[in-house]
Design a protein around this ligand. Structure first.
Ligand code: NAD
Length: 417
């Protein structure tokens, strides 16, 4: 019998029920802690004296942000300039030496970063290592002082295991399936414009793109013609000839995505051409939760719609799955957006639009749970790449006052401490 199962279940249930969230609850718990310390000061002092024979007193303190040392930045292919240089800015600004490992899939960018970028930074402190899994694996055998990884959860696990061997701290910027709830109370064309824009942007190869839509069958019926209209306006009658629609990065990714077109029923798009790695902006309906398109991150121009009967059902659906990198909710009713926000968890959240939150330097960008750990952007990048060293400086004098800490502890000394 597991001696902890009941306790852990009780705490998880309390958390899921939202008990610890209200500000009054938190304040009440902290007041309780304060009372405990006040009312049982004597008891605690006696316990401390018995356990450790000690008591402590601190004066002023400060935090010194210091570079970790040698940092490894590993990047994916989908925004190969942005996702290498933005972490690099943080790592350099904080004073680290950096090894940069771009993705082998975005070959041309990798070449520019390896051959041209080093001319612009001090090469004694900076190196670019081109290559794929094999080279990254070799790099990871070495000890780094910090590892910043952007990529898939699968490789994130490999990186974290390698880091654990050296107790190296990590930031993991991962992916996953980002839900998008569309409420019945909405303007379908506005929602469709925004959805189509941020689902098909970069041909759907964006970590924060909405991965699937949750809505009622009625809203789906209103949304489909609006999505068709938005897609035609953005990419023309023949999206294949549109200069605004890109291609899938590799044959491997193309084959995977083409396999997903067989899920549910194609309501919009569905065409593909292997010779160009082209996949049309696609919407799938009648999709079951158990189908492959609902298991893995899509990372392409395919948008499945899953029907739910209510907001509660949508929230349950989201909470049954891994915590996503981003979560979206569309509604004219502010209370609905606020409920989705309050009753779910995700790396980031945007109400009534797509990924605009990550364009703001004032907000940290990162995942939670399976979508990652740690965050960056703006000042948060500097903090991520800095060790926050806790410091205390004390004057060398005033020994008479400080000597109260030293044993032997008389009842008088204990009263002061
Ligand atoms: P990936 O995990 O396959 O590769 C990322 C990096 O890891 C590459 O540099 C690659 O060379 C290296 N790598 C691959 N296999 C490896 C292995 N076995 N051992 C060691 N290193 C290995 O990811 P990807 O296909 O380049 O990018 C797509 C993924 O990245 C998606 O899941 C997407 O959601 C995620 N992503 C996340 C963010 C974010 O900011 N959270 C941004 C962009 C992409």
């Amino acid at each position: 019998m597991d001696p902890f199962a009941d306790t852990l279940r009780r705490l998880r249930e309390a958390f899921s029920a939202g008990r610890t969230r209200p500000a009054e609850f938190r304040a009440a718990q902290l007041r309780g802690l304060g009372r405990f310390l006040q009312e049982h000061k004597q008891l605690l002092q006696e316990a401390l004296a018995q356990d450790l024979h000690k008591a402590t007193q601190l004066d002023s303190a400060f935090i010194r942000k210091e570079p970790f040392g040698l940092v490894l930045v590993i990047a994916p292919w989908n925004y190969p300039v942005n996702l290498t240089l933005v972490p690099l800015v943080g790592a350099l600004a904080a004073g680290n030496c950096v090894v940069l490992k771009p993705s082998e899939f975005s070959r041309s960018t990798e070449k520019v970063l390896a051959e041209v970028l080093p001319r612009y930074v001090d090469q004694s402190c900076f190196a670019v290592v081109p290559g794929g899994p094999q080279e990254t694996g070799q790099l990871l055998e070495h000890k780094f002082d910090y590892i910043f990884f952007t990529g898939s959860p699968r490789v994130g696990r490999i990186v974290m295991s390698a880091a654990a061997k050296h107790l190296t701290p990590v930031t993991l910027e991962l992916g996953g399936k980002n839900p998008c709830y569309v409420d019945d109370d909405c303007d379908p064309q506005t929602v469709a414009n925004r959805l189509a824009w941020f689902r098909y942007f970069n041909t759907g190869q964006t970590c924060v793109a909405p991965d699937y839509v949750l809505c009622s069958p009625d809203t789906q019926e209103r949304l489909l013609p609006a999505l068709q209209s938005a897609i035609t306006r953005f990419y023309g009658e023949d999206p294949r000839s549109s200069p605004n629609l890109g291609r899938i990065i590799s044959d491997k990714h193309f084959q995977r995505l083409r396999g997903l077109l067989g899920c549910g029923r194609v309501a919009i798009g569905g065409q593909s051409d292997e010779s160009e790695r082209y996949i049309a902006p696609t919407v799938l309906v009648d999709v079951e939760e158990t189908e492959p398109v609902m298991q893995e991150e899509i990372f392409g121009p395919i948008l499945p719609i899953v029907n739910v009967r209510s907001l509660d059902e949508a929230i349950d659906f989201i909470n049954r799955r891994e915590k996503p990198l981003a979560l979206y909710a569309f509604s004219n009713n502010k209370q609905v957006v606020k409920r989705v926000l309050a009753q779910t968890s995700s790396g980031s959240f945007c109400g009534n639009d797509g990924f605009m939150h990550l364009t703001l330097d004032s907000l940290p960008f990162g995942g939670v749970g399976a979508s990652g750990m740690g965050s960056y952007h703006g000042k948060f990048s500097f903090d991520t790449f800095s060790h926050h060293r806790a410091c205390l400086l004390r004057c060398p004098g005033m020994e008479k006052i400080y000597s109260i800490r030293y044993p032997p502890y008389s009842p008088r000394k204990l009263r002061v401490l």
